[in-house]
Design a protein around this ligand. Structure first.
Ligand SMILES: *[C@@H]1O[C@H](CO)[C@@H](O)[C@H](O)[C@H]1NC(C)=O
Ligand SMILES: *[C@@H]1O[C@H](CO)[C@@H](O)[C@H](O)[C@H]1NC(C)=O
Ligand SMILES: *[C@@H]1O[C@H](CO)[C@@H](O)[C@H](O)[C@H]1NC(C)=O
Ligand SMILES: *[C@@H]1O[C@H](CO)[C@@H](O)[C@H](O)[C@H]1NC(C)=O
Length: 280
């Protein structure tokens, strides 16, 4: 088995007009599903975020959500991760655990398969002193998932948006070690020592404000997959502007289809030359 690149979609878009069909062009998630079904060999980790969390506790999401969740679950190349905020160590277990439990309970719905596969913890603090908080956070997610009726182990991704010391990786499946403007990519610290020694395959890279061509986008996919050997990637030209509260994850990236095709092409090259790409 050779490590290949997966896609992470921070899909913070309400699935408007999806209730009758997630596969219809009217559905707000249709372009993302086009990417997913056009590239069946690529794994897409989709972050779902009804309301900076699951929405009302201990309920099921509405029909728009049920439609996209069940559509994604019927594909063999998706994982769904429920969004939970940690507001750098300020959210107590009494607040995040009911959210985690609510996501897990979606597996109980009997009409359709709307389960989620894990949890995305946003706003992770990266100082060493926050390690006990995040160890406990991950352990709480695992304990919710293993309580009856138990589910397969949860996929846990945490997002400090920049490198953290390697010991943080042991308790989770993925860490976002870069979430930043494209213009900062070439000087990103995750590609420098000592962070290059952290498990590469557990690193996720999220690039916004990408302002170049599809060809350059392919080059980034190749660099991330073949040179840096990271596990998850997302690239969007959408703009972050904190002053006007502009969030880069609430629109469809114009080069989305090219991006997903580029990840597939990167992986095809790796899989055709496994001798050059030892697992790290
Ligand atoms: C999903 O199934 C298709 C068709 O059998 C296969 O080509 C593809 O590789 C599978 N994808 C994954 C991620 O297993
Ligand atoms: C989920 O369903 C099981 C029965 O299949 C039940 O035991 C459990 O209490 C339910 N969990 C929740 C939190 O709804
Ligand atoms: C990243 O890019 C933004 C916008 O170009 C800039 O304001 C910021 O200072 C950069 N950050 C670093 C660490 O270079
Ligand atoms: C992209 O943005 C960078 C930094 O703002 C700028 O230097 C560069 O010229 C832009 N590239 C294109 C192709 O517009």
């Amino acid at each position: 088995m050779v490590n290949i690149l997966s896609v992470v979609f921070p899909l913070y878009i309400y699935p408007a007009s999806c209730s009758s069909s997630a596969a219809a062009p009217a559905c707000a998630w249709y372009p993302f599903f086009q990417s997913i079904t056009a590239n069946p060999s690529v794994i897409f980790n989709i972050i779902v975020n009804p309301n900076s969390g699951p929405g009302d506790f201990y309920t099921y999401p509405n029909d728009d959500w049920k439609s996209v969740l069940s559509y994604a679950n019927n594909l063999n190349n998706t994982n769904l991760l429920g969004y939970v905020d940690s507001n750098p160590t300020n959210i107590p277990v009494s607040v995040y655990k009911p959210q985690v439990q609510t996501y897990k309970n979606w597996a109980n719905f009997t009409g359709r398969d709307i389960h989620v596969d894990g949890i995305f913890v946003d706003d992770m603090a990266y100082s060493a002193s926050s390690k006990p908080y995040y160890t406990s956070f991950a352990n709480n997610i695992k304990s919710v998932w293993s309580s009856l009726p138990s589910r397969p182990s949860p996929y846990i991704m945490m997002n400090p948006g920049q490198p953290i010391e390697c010991s943080f990786y042991s308790n989770v499946d993925s860490i976002v070690s870069f979430e930043d403007y494209y213009s900062n990519l070439s000087k990103a610290s995750f590609i420098k020592s000592p962070y290059t020694n952290c498990p590469r395959y557990k690193q996720a890279i999220i690039i916004h404000d990408f302002n170049s061509t599809a060809l350059d986008q392919q080059q980034i996919c190749d660099d991330m997959g073949q040179t840096f050997r990271v596990g998850n990637l997302f690239i969007t030209s959408a703009i972050q502007d904190d002053a006007s509260q502009q969030n880069p994850y609430d629109e469809v990236p114009p080069l989305l289809q090219q991006f997903s095709g580029s990840v597939k092409a990167t992986n095809s090259w790796i899989l055709a030359h496994p001798q050059w790409y030892a697992d790290i």
